[in-house]
Design a protein around this ligand. Structure first.
Ligand code: HAM
Length: 419
């Protein structure tokens, strides 16, 4: 127990962390170019926020949340996603009084007590975006195009965009009647959860994962065929906007999404590669959520992308991620005087932004050279009394084997010039 991480959690080891840093830096660049600012939100919130925001008939709230009473007896939940927390922050900090839209992004951990399998964990990482205040479909297109560009920049191909509309409260009221008419004759064959959902939130029945329920529901009426005029117009605007940018998509009537806050546009980016967990990213519009959480009515849209699933996808596509972590120079030493000199030299190099190492283990010169090799350093210099007295040493390029006689004072300049 003591030496094993809890089920569904993973260490990101130093040998892998460069991949995360690389992807996060591309995310930051892409978000900056779209004018989205980073927000950092707490790991835990009041449970009620998720009950109300995510919805208490969803699997997340019913089965998957890490909820506990804190020492003050308050019910606290580890965030199962980021949207509710960002919405809470938007309201709490009066962001509605700033020029709209407010465009935010985040990189967070999230927590869901799920059945663990490839691409599905209990602690996982999401890159997400939320945009508040814009009503028309242009922002839907913008948000989707962030992902399109991100995939391009990361060299990811073959991820399909599926879009759908699940309407607004107006069309949903009519639709719920139709759906319930369809479900009524088969209700006794559905699972207990679906029976409750039939009464409380019929649309959620379409998100049931039970094979038996799925088979009874496969011919159920789709919301997209029952949209009101405003929602139809919005969806047409979304499609035209995507066409305009040359972003390919498929209209997928079955997307309902696993969270209750969605209205109108919903979308997912799906891959065939990541085993059974093919949905790399999901999102949509949530025009009622800010009001539900206590703010003034404000439209919103966003998405979240599963970082673990993104990495699995990149791996399965054989995409190489650059690793710039190699140490630039290793200063090997013979004797105490050289060791003291080397300490000063590496400190100076480091303060100039050049990564430098020296021995800290009392290794022999031969062992230092081996260690430098294992570290994959680009250059090695050897310092002994003679080198210090003559102010000259040999700079060896470990990749090419080339050696240059150089003055000690010139090492920094040479490394800067990448000679
Ligand atoms: P979601 O579909 O629940 O949406 O999650 C988004 C993405 O997070 C999924 O597509 C998947 O890649 C990843 N994910 C979810 N659960 C797990 C898990 N257990 N293990 C690994 N990855 C997982 C949301 O979370 C919404 N907040 C998205 C959103 C933002 N909608 C509007 N704004």
């Amino acid at each position: 127990m003591l030496t094993k991480a809890p089920k569904g959690t993973k260490d990101i080891l130093p040998s892998e962390v460069y991949k995360w840093q690389y992807i996060e830096s591309i995310i930051a660049d892409v978000c900056r170019s779209f004018g989205y600012k980073e927000i950092r939100i707490p790991v835990f919130e009041h449970t009620e926020l998720f009950q109300r925001g995510v919805g208490d008939t969803t699997d997340i709230v019913q089965k998957e949340m890490y909820t506990f009473l804190d020492k003050g007896g308050r019910s606290i939940t580890l965030r199962p996603e980021g949207t509710a927390g960002v919405v809470r922050s938007y309201i709490e900090h009066g962001m509605s009084s700033l020029p709209q839209p407010i465009k935010l992004y985040y990189n967070i951990t999230a927590y869901r007590h799920e059945n663990v399998q490839k691409g599905r964990y209990r602690e996982f990482h999401q890159f997400g975006v939320e945009a508040f205040g814009a009503k028309g479909p242009s922002i839907d297109v913008e948000v989707i195009s962030i992902l399109d560009l991100l995939f391009k920049k990361l060299g990811i191909k073959g991820v399909e965009l599926n879009i759908n509309s699940i309407g607004c409260p107006v069309c949903r009221r009519e639709y719920n009647i139709k759906l319930k008419e369809f479900v009524k004759p088969v209700i006794e064959h559905l699972c207990e959860n679906c029976k409750t959902r039939y009464e409380r939130n019929p649309l959620r029945i379409l998100d049931c994962k039970e094979d038996k329920c799925k088979s009874y529901l496969k011919d159920a009426p789709a919301l997209i065929d029952n949209l009101c005029d405003e929602c139809t117009e919005h969806f047409e605007g979304l499609k035209a906007g995507l066409d305009n940018l040359g972003i390919e998509y498929k209209v997928e009537k079955n997307i309902v999404r696993g969270l209750d806050y969605y209205t109108k546009t919903v979308f997912e980016f799906v891959s065939k590669n990541v085993g059974t967990q093919g949905t790399i990213c999901g999102g949509g519009r949530y025009d009622g959520l800010i009001e539900t959480c206590g703010g003034t009515p404000t439209p919103g849209i966003g998405f979240a992308l599963g970082m673990e699933r993104l990495l699995l996808e990149m791996e399965s596509q054989g995409i190489a991620i650059p690793n710039d972590e190699d140490i630039e120079i290793y200063v090997a030493t013979i004797g105490e005087k050289a060791d003291r000199y080397a300490s000063k030299l590496v400190y100076r190099l480091r303060s100039e932004g050049i990564s430098a190492e020296k021995d800290l283990m009392g290794r022999s010169l031969k062992a230092q050279m081996k260690h430098a090799d294992k570290l994959g350093v680009k250059y090695v210099v050897v310092l002994g009394d003679d080198e210090i007295d003559s102010n000259r040493t040999v700079l060896k390029n470990m990749k090419t084997g080339q050696q240059k006689d150089v003055s000690l004072d010139s090492i920094l300049d040479r490394l800067r010039r990448k000679e």
